[in-house]
Design a protein around this ligand. Structure first.
Ligand code: MRU
Length: 364
């Protein structure tokens, strides 16, 4: 997608320097646009943990390149196999909820396992990361194709009047490599001339909605309005939301959806108001080993400072201010799990399916 009219992916190999991977530093958006170099596995770990990159598909692709960067630092030795496994464990420990991370690491481990030399393993890891990146782009494009008819249908029922779509967090191209998951059908609908408007939940505490989704939509010229997180219920009661589309960090085999904290409450409000609640995700986000997302999906807890302070743009620099008494304790749960029964359907690269185990399994 575009930034100031120029096409970008969220991650790429540095021109004329295949030993460096580059990313857009998302901590600074929308205030500053900065490209960061990742040269080591530690850089990849930090980029994921400190949320220079974030969003389930992009976390996975960054981890795959992290394995490649880690291999560049290894020498032939009798302990090589264990060192590679340690690298994968290290990267896996960066963030717990998005299952795309483990998916990507397992994929690289499997692809390099047959190679004999370190040189061959390094080349295969690089190829695998590039292929995963290309696949995630294509998956998001297909999610757009498969989700588009859902928007088109509402537009037709409203005789071409604006379709109002609510989204939470950032499940846009910045969370993926291109197109996004929740945003892919939105971008396609806009491209095809359907009138749309997006309600963007600000998404405290990190404000991925206000800072990233609004930024993306603005850059692409999509009409949108940022709302405080608790506004969606009122808008739904007043008939101002036609559908909800969110992304997911991990979805269990029975269709329970882990996504940014606050998603569950939007699903409850949507159900109470008979508004369709869709989750857009690539199959790399489905955890086939888990059948009860509420009990089994690990929920990341992050630093209390993310809640205690708010970050914004003041006096030409990014600034933080404290929002509460200094000594008040804070809890910062990063994600919640929406039970499958509140999800109208999943929009995937393989098609749209209801959230029951059998239908989801048929996508494989
Ligand atoms: O903590 P984040 O910013 O990594 O959380 C991201 C989200 O919750 C997204 O909505 C989710 O990963 C879907 S991304 C296509």
């Amino acid at each position: 997608m575009k930034i100031s009219g120029k096409h970008y992916h969220t991650i790429w190999e540095k021109e004329n320097d295949p030993k460096t991977v580059q990313i857009i530093d998302q901590r600074l958006l929308p205030f500053e646009f900065k490209i960061q170099d990742l040269k080591t596995i530690q850089d990849s770990f930090t980029a994921i943990k400190e949320m220079w990159v974030r969003g389930a598909p992009l976390i996975g692709v960054t981890a795959a390149y992290g394995m490649y960067l880690g291999l560049l630092s290894l020498k032939e030795n009798a302990n090589l196999k264990n060192q590679i496994i340690d690298h994968a464990k290290y990267l896996e420990s960066s963030r717990p909820t998005a299952v795309n991370l483990k998916f990507a690491l397992d994929l690289v481990l499997e692809k390099i396992s047959c190679a004999k030399s370190i040189k061959e393993k390094t080349e295969l890891a690089f190829e695998t990361a590039n292929k995963l990146k290309a696949d995630e782009i294509e998956n998001c494009r297909l999610i757009g194709e498969n989700g588009f008819p859902l928007i088109e249908k509402i537009s037709a029922a409203k005789r071409g009047e604006t379709v109002n779509i609510l989204t939470h967090c950032n499940a846009g191209w910045l969370a993926c490599v291109d197109y996004g998951t929740a945003t892919a059908p939105i971008y396609l609908a806009h491209e095809k001339g359907i009138k749309i408007h997006v309600w963007v939940d600000e998404t405290r505490p990190r404000n991925q909605g206000a800072r990233l989704t609004a930024y993306e939509l603005e850059q692409e010229g999509i009409p949108h309005t940022v709302i405080a997180d608790n506004t969606g219920g009122l808008l739904m009661q007043k008939g101002m939301v036609d559908m909800v589309i969110v992304g997911s960090d991990r979805t269990s085999a029975n269709g329970d959806v882990a996504n940014k904290i606050g998603t569950y409450l939007k699903a409850l409000a949507a159900t109470d108001n008979n508004i369709p609640f869709y989750v857009a995700l690539p199959l790399s986000t489905i955890d086939w080993n888990i059948n009860d997302g509420i009990k089994e999906i690990p929920i990341e807890q992050r630093s209390e400072d993310e809640v205690k302070y708010i970050e914004g743009w003041h006096d030409n620099k990014i600034t933080q201010v404290r929002l509460m008494p200094e000594n008040s304790p804070v809890a910062n749960y990063g994600f919640d799990v929406t039970p499958a029964k509140y999800v109208t359907a999943l929009i995937t690269e393989k098609g749209v399916c209801e959230t029951n185990e059998e239908e989801i399994n048929n996508l494989r």
